[in-house]
Design a protein around this ligand. Sequence first.
Ligand code: TYD
Length: 216
Amino acid sequence: MTESMTTADDRRRGRYIALEGIEGAGKSTVANHIVARLTDAGIDALGVREPGGTGAGERIRDILLDTATELGSWGEAMLFAAARAQLAAERIGPALSAGTWIVSDRSVYSSLAYQGGGRGLGIEAVRAVNEAGLCGVWPDLVIVLRVDPARGLARQEVEDRIGAEGIAFQQQVADAFDRIAAQDPDRVVNVDAMRTVGEVVDEVYGLIQQRLGSVT
Ligand code: TYD
């Protein structure tokens, strides 16, 4: 599958929802529940995660998360963008064209917050690099699950190269997510994730119904 096979018009048939947040916010759990609820509502829904989701992307993921990898901030940002471009071209773009809804555990918004904010590369500079590779495959709705950085780090199951950066880094990432949400309130919505899974899932699903429609 090549990028040229996906046109902008085709792409509008499905919807692309991204779950975001710092470490330990519960994105994966919520994403699984949302895929199940969309499926129950008769929608063809597919869960994906970043970085990864393709053959090349999973290999890039290993490099990115391995604590033994030595990588500068731009090298890191470019590898995340490369894995993401492949996922968009190979899976997300074609799925949206076929009318499938995508529920993604992380997205380009993680790069804006972690590399743009946390690493200090600048949100706009990181956005530009990613836009080039995504060719218009961009989330329609971004839900940021907000959790206290100390509590989030404590909840983290396996510490990877980026999760190992510690609390000050997590706080910078959280601040960047807040700035991004404030700048684009039509697309990016905060949800308090310091509650039970059921409460968080209900609020996220309600937002999807409200913002994207055609969901019962
Ligand atoms: P993952 O195991 O998916 O972590 P989590 O369970 O927290 O989602 O690892 C992803 C790590 O990579 C996480 O620390 C966040 C970071 N990351 C970035 O820094 N930039 C990005 O663009 C993405 C997608 C992830």
